[in-house]
Structures are given as structure tokens and as C-alpha cells.
Write a protein that binds this ligand. Sequence first.
Ligand code: GAR
Length: 217
Amino acid sequence: MKRRVAILISGRGSNMAALIEAASAGDFPAEIAVVISNRADAAGLERAKASGIAIEIIESKPFGKDRAAFETTLEAKLGQYRIDLICLGGFMRLFTAEFVQRWYGRMLNIHPSLLPSFPGLDPHGQALKAGVKISGATVHFVIPETDAGPIVIQGAVPVRDDDTAEALSQRILTVEHRIYPEALRLLASGRLRLEGEHCRIAGGAASSDPLISPLAK
Ligand code: GAR
């Protein structure tokens, strides 16, 4: 039985599109049952609709700071679609610790940095400011702290001396679109095991290829 997934978005939805594309394969262990946006103007909604995926809008603004009330409405929708797993794809709203606990081990997020470096806002600007030579993206299980939690998979890219935040974000985005479907595949097929703060992958093999940057000529 395929696991039923809700993707939560707030904007563009390019990771959502990558997940929908991957899940369209017959042998993918999860199906995208619904895309839920907390903003009616999220561009990703049109993309989801074009792919024939059900969409739901739960505007978060009217709830103001009342996160629990927003989550009650969200839970009802998740129940309606019999959701097993949640993927956050640029979902820019914080959850209460209670909601996160309820979905612990069943909710993934992607962040465009090699966590635990550069959580929060403007991770690309943070990476450039720190002068790192390698950055990347991380898919992790969601815990109450923002952009933290057991790491499932990471992908790395070089940072160039002449990078702008925009150029770096584009380079990282291509990695995001590869690792997020892979993380969902592993979770939905039951290959991930949580051990305290760590996530272990059954039969997982780390690549032995190093990424060295810059490479002196
Ligand atoms: C992605 O780069 C994702 O990693 C980031 O928002 C972007 C959403 O783009 N998420 C975070 O920064 C979470 N803290 P998308 O809507 O095109 O997937």
C-alpha cells in the first residue's frame, strides 16, 4: 500500500513539483494525496492543479498567532485525506510543539544549507557571509526547533568566489530536487529508523566520492 502524503507549501513549490514527479512513477512507495497551502496566492498551487493533484487552501493569516487553531483546521484536512506522511516544501509557518510531536517521524522538511549550519532565514546569504566553500541542502525530520531534527539526507555543492545568493540558491535547488524525492522514498518504504537524534538508513551506503572545493589547478 502506498503511503499517503500531504505536501505543505507557501510559495513557488519547486520541491513540491519534484516530489509529484517522482511519485508519478508506478513503483514509488508514496502517493501525493493533497497539496495544502497556507497562502491562496502560492504559485505552487497552479502547478499542483496542472498535475491533477488535489489542492486545499487554509489561509493562516486570519489565525494570527493562534497556531493551535490553525493546526486544528489543518489536522481535520489531513484526516480527510487519510494522510500518513507530511512533506514541508517551503512552508513558512511554525508549528506548535504539540503538532510536531504528533507527527514526529512522519514529517519531513527541506532546508537549503548543510544543517546544522545556517538554519532560519537567508541561508544562502549566511553561507556567503561565512565564506564556506561547500554548501548544500538537507532533508530532516521535523522537531519543534526550526530547521533542526534528525538528518535523513544531504547534498553538497561548491560555493564559488563570485557567487550571489541567487546563483547559489539555484545551484542548491537542483540538489534539493534530487534529495527530497529520495528521502521520501526511503521514509515511505520503511527504510528509515530513528535512534535518538540520529536517523539510520537500512541498507544505506554513504558515497565514497569526496567533494573538494575549490580544486586548485
Ligand atoms: C526551498 O529552497 C526550501 O529548501 C526552502 O524554501 C525553498 C522553497 O522553494 N525552505 C526553507 O528555507 C525552510 N527553512 P520551493 O517552494 O520552490 O520548493
